[in-house]
Design a protein around this ligand. Structure first.
Ligand SMILES: Cc1cc2nc3c(=O)[nH]c(=O)nc-3n(C[C@H](O)[C@H](O)[C@H](O)COP(=O)(O)O)c2cc1C
Length: 183
């Protein structure tokens, strides 16, 4: 796939099945993450690649957090199933490093760029994905289960796999609504 075609036409897929990226494909996805723009080369990143039993473990963590945080019965019942919506979920974490010139927002931005880069590397290799967040990026119980330090942040869960269905075309937006020219 051409780079520009990828950038102009990429879509997120909520419905994903096996196979997930493996071997060289997964290695490329990892390397794409590690090319994210990174002020000061702090490398404020940590990623957990969940597959198989790892997805079950992630679901158990979500379920325990849902119970501990008094979510609705419906949310508790769903929690363990959430990671099973794809054959692979990559947990993307901003591993914060205290720095006099590089604030946390920039380190989170770098981790977010890594998520996007991984999604694009997956799409470029014929896979698909969707970046999800929600309660389970915020709950302290989840962060503790993944051994995050106090200032670390879960910036997203990147669900990856093979698209189950084709998506309808998404119209391009009008750049005039978002870009100003200062000539
Ligand atoms: C930081 C961030 C968090 C997101 N969280 C969710 C989420 O929890 N659930 C969801 O369905 N989509 C979420 N999205 C949106 C999807 O990743 C996706 O962009 C959206 O479904 C639009 O589809 P598209 O990427 O094909 O335009 C999130 C996007 C970003 C950037």
């Amino acid at each position: 796939m051409q780079a520009l075609d990828l950038l102009l036409n990429r879509r997120s897929h909520p419905r994903l099945k096996s196979p997930a990226p493996a071997d060289e494909e997964l290695a490329n996805i990892m390397q794409a993450a590690l090319r994210a723009p990174d002020h000061g080369s702090l490398k404020p990143w940590r990623f957990i690649v969940c597959q198989g039993l790892g997805l079950k473990e992630l679901g158990d963590i979500f379920e325990r957090a849902a119970i501990a945080n008094d979510l609705s019965e419906k949310d508790i019942a769903r929690a363990a199933e959430l990671p099973l919506r794809a054959p692979m979920v990559i947990v993307a974490i901003c591993k914060f490093l205290d720095h006099p010139k590089i604030p946390k927002a920039e380190q989170v931005a770098s981790a977010c760029c890594a998520v996007h880069a991984m999604q694009m590397a997956a799409v470029a290799q014929g896979f698909a994905g969707i970046w999800r967040t929600g309660h389970y990026t915020e709950f302290e119980d989840v962060k503790q289960a993944m051994q995050l330090d106090e200032q670390d942040e879960i910036v997203g869960y990147l669900y990856l796999g093979t698209p189950m269905t084709a998506l309808p075309d998404k119209p391009l937006l009008d750049p005039k609504q978002f870009f100003e020219n200062w000539d």
